[in-house]
Design a protein around this ligand. Structure first.
Ligand SMILES: NC(=O)c1ccc[n+]([C@@H]2O[C@H](COP(=O)([O-])OP(=O)(O)OC[C@H]3O[C@@H](n4cnc5c(N)ncnc54)[C@H](OP(=O)(O)O)[C@@H]3O)[C@@H](O)[C@H]2O)c1
Length: 255
């Protein structure tokens, strides 16, 4: 029977790449995000490539919307074996001194409480499958801090804490918890969202970096972790581009 994978934040970037990759691996993918038109395009592309997917418009900051995602999972054509908590992002690069409370609230709600809501809603189905995997896409910002990154790092540190806590709490049950921590990934929207649509500022993040990671690189890591035998738990996978030795150490051509 086809296994079902749920991917949040599937309308762009890492989530869309992960949905495509998991469909190619044979999962029936439930692709969740707020933008239904983008999900429809994604599903059409997956089906054209011979895969199977269902678009599930969902806002991870809404209990009601997440309950709808759980209903869609219950109606899916197979056991739910994989949840990828990927929806998230950053807003602003302001110092703590002047950071926007609204931006911090948004980051906490989407990254942390979104992961909490969706995980709580899907955990029974994942456990019923007999071999469930919960992936949490946090960040290297879940382990280190940087100037201007206080709100994002706080949210990602919290997501990392959720992953570690959950693994302890679920020990002895057929559920593994995998944390994926990417460094710099050039996706179409992450930096645009962070800088409120300022394309020049968004592009400057990747300036001079010959080969930042791209969404498919992270999707590859997620797919690898998720397709190990069920007794193999990759606790945490940190992945960066070659040019980024650490959060503060990036090789840029011409600088
Ligand atoms: N890019 C990087 O450098 C990088 C590095 C480390 C970690 N990450 C993490 O990787 C994940 C994906 O990032 P990305 O680069 O692929 O960014 P992205 O292209 O901006 O994707 C973010 C996704 O989250 C969805 N989303 C946002 N708010 C949502 C909500 N309330 N409910 C449901 N979905 C929501 C968006 O879809 P809708 O707008 O359609 O809802 C979108 O599909 C994030 O958790 C990010 O923090 C990114």
């Amino acid at each position: 029977m086809t296994s079902v994978a749920i991917v949040t934040g599937a309308s762009s970037g890492i989530g869309a790449a992960t949905a495509r990759r998991l469909a190619a691996e044979g999962f029936h993918v439930l692709a969740a995000a707020r933008r239904a038109d983008r999900l429809a395009e994604l599903v059409a592309g997956i089906e054209a490539a011979g895969g199977a997917a269902t678009a599930v418009p969902c806002d991870v900051t809404s209990d009601e919307s997440v309950a709808g995602l759980a209903e869609a999972a219950a109606a899916a054509p197979g056991p739910v074996t994989l949840l990828v908590n990927n929806a998230g992002g950053a807003r602003g690069l302001d110092p703590v001194e002047s950071g926007s409370v609204g931006d911090w609230q948004w980051m906490y709600d989407v990254n942390v409480l979104g992961t909490l809501r969706v995980t709580q809603a899907l955990l029974p189905a994942l456990e019923r499958s007999g071999a469930g995997t919960i992936v949490i896409v946090s960040s290297t910002a879940g382990h280190v801090v940087y100037e201007g990154g206080g709100g994002y790092a706080a949210a990602k540190h919290a997501q990392t804490a959720v992953a570690g806590t959950l693994r302890l709490e679920l020990c002895g049950r057929p559920l593994r918890v995998v944390e994926i921590d990417p460094g710099m990934v050039r996706t179409d929207e992450f930096s645009l969202v962070r800088f409120d649509g300022d394309a020049d500022r968004a592009a400057s993040v990747y300036a001079g970096v010959a080969e930042p990671l791209v969404a498919d690189d992270v999707a590859d890591c997620i797919a690898w972790c998720a397709t190990r035998p069920p007794h193999v738990n990759v606790d945490r996978l940190v992945v960066r581009p070659l040019a980024q030795a650490a959060q503060h150490k990036v090789h840029r051509v011409g600088s």
